[in-house]
Design a protein around this ligand. Structure first.
Ligand code: HEC
Ligand code: HEC
Length: 354
């Protein structure tokens, strides 16, 4: 057995033992994570491609998935829209040869796209795999992630039209990344070399262990306008552990207790479960719709003003999705039942306030 395999095996055994020991030491509190739970978390893909699952996908397959699941937000050619910065553009065949994106040094070039900045292919694969599509992260198969990665690189003139990307040729494609030599560790983390330090990040926290404050005050603050924009955080937190979301349906008071003054529309939300607003949070509508603020889609209050009383129309639109009523960004069809769609529609049609 080669030495890294041996140490990996030892590590696995130690962590299994540690988990078992922890469960024994605190009886009744938690349990050891199962192998499948660990596997569900352990999805990172490193620059040396460790962690990359087997699979493959072609540029053409990527285009199909892209148009169905990504283009609504990022544009058909990755050029994006008024909300998001472009993923593709600004890279040239010359950059593929040199490994440095020349336009990063051109102040006249209007934007910095993802492909211009990206040095490691693993990052693109890993990010799509864990975070996209935004409204349904981790829903893509490994083959779809390969295909999407290939498609984006084709749009950026890095890969030819008939390319099939797979775990077998990721390293070859890394050698074509336009900005592969553009990564530098020189500025390091705070404090950088410019302050006469070694230039290494302070991972031992020695800087933090001097002149410590005698008493620590922990504070967190949500600006008023943002408080309830994504639904009531208290209703979205998991049911185990110490972490509890604040009740954002009510304003914060100095004492940290919740008061509910009349008058401010944002506070007049009915948060009983099963209400329109609660359902909108539950179905992830609040990723794109704020209560009173437009996000990717229009605010629920604006929709309510435009379509006051039109419950049936709104219910049908929620389930079918559509485009062109508010702008060029389409709303994907929403997978929810008629009863819940009706409840949300009735709540919007009544003004989206209560
Ligand atoms: C509902 C809108 C939406 C959809 C659909 C969507 N994205 Fe995204 N995407 C975003 C947002 C928002 C970000 C920025 C997220 C952040 O910074 O936390 C992003 C970021 C990204 C990035 C990283 C950009 C960078 O430079 O950091 C990539 C790559 C990406 N998306 C690919 C995809 C792919 C592939 C799909 C389809 C499977 C997809 N996206 C679908 C909204 C969307
Ligand atoms: C990925 C982002 C996204 C998600 C998720 C989303 N929407 Fe939308 N929604 C939009 C966009 C963009 C529009 C504007 C479409 C247009 O211009 O026709 C829109 C429009 C609407 C409209 C107005 C339709 C019209 O004809 O004026 C309603 C109602 C609506 N959404 C409700 C919902 C509900 C309820 C949910 C959750 C079940 C939801 N949306 C989830 C992006 C989204």
């Amino acid at each position: 057995m080669c030495s890294w395999r041996r140490s990996l095996l030892a590590l696995v055994m130690v962590s299994a033992l540690a988990a078992a020991a922890a469960a024994e030491r605190y009886p009744g509190l938690g349990r050891a994570a199962t192998d499948r739970e660990v596997a569900a978390w352990d999805i990172d893909v490193r620059p040396d491609f460790r962690g990359l699952p087997a699979g493959s996908g072609s540029v053409a397959q990527g285009q199909v998935v892209w148009e169905a699941q990504c283009a609504s937000c990022h544009g058909f050619f990755g050029e994006s829209n008024q909300f998001f910065s472009p993923l593709v553009g600004g890279t040239t065949a010359d950059d593929v040869r040199t490994g440095r994106v020349a336009r990063l040094k051109d102040p006249a070039y209007p934007s910095r796209t993802t492909l211009m900045k990206l040095a490691t292919l693993s990052t693109l694969w890993d990010y799509i795999n864990r975070a996209m599509p935004w409204n349904q992260p981790k829903s893509l198969s490994a083959d779809e992630v390969y295909a999407l990665t290939a498609f984006l690189l084709h749009l950026g003139h890095v890969l030819p039209e008939h390319f099939v990307l797979s775990d077998q040729n990721m390293a070859e494609v890394q050698a074509r990344m336009p900005n592969r030599h553009g990564m530098t560790l020189a500025p390091s983390l705070w404090p950088g070399r410019e302050f006469g330090t070694s230039g290494r990040p302070d991972v031992r926290a020695s800087g933090c262990m001097r002149n410590c404050a005698g008493e620590v005050t922990i504070a967190s603050q949500l600006p008023d306008f943002a408080r309830n924009q994504h639904g009531n955080l208290a209703q979205q937190s998991r049911l185990v552990g110490a972490q509890r979301g604040a009740d954002t349906s009510r304003p914060e008071t100095a004492a940290g207790t919740q008061a509910r003054p009349a008058g401010d529309p944002a506070q007049r939300v009915d948060d009983r479960s099963g209400s329109g607003w609660a359902l909108a949070g539950q179905y992830g509508c609040t990723a794109c719709h704020g209560l009173a603020q437009a996000l990717l889609g229009p605010s629920f209050a604006d929709i309510g003003r435009k379509h006051a009383g039109k419950v049936d129309y709104l219910s049908a639109r929620i389930r079918s999705g559509g485009v062109g009523q508010w702008g060029p960004v389409p709303m994907p069809a929403q997978p929810l039942g008629e009863a819940d769609a009706n409840t949300i529609a009735a709540w919007i049609a009544a003004g989206a306030l209560r």
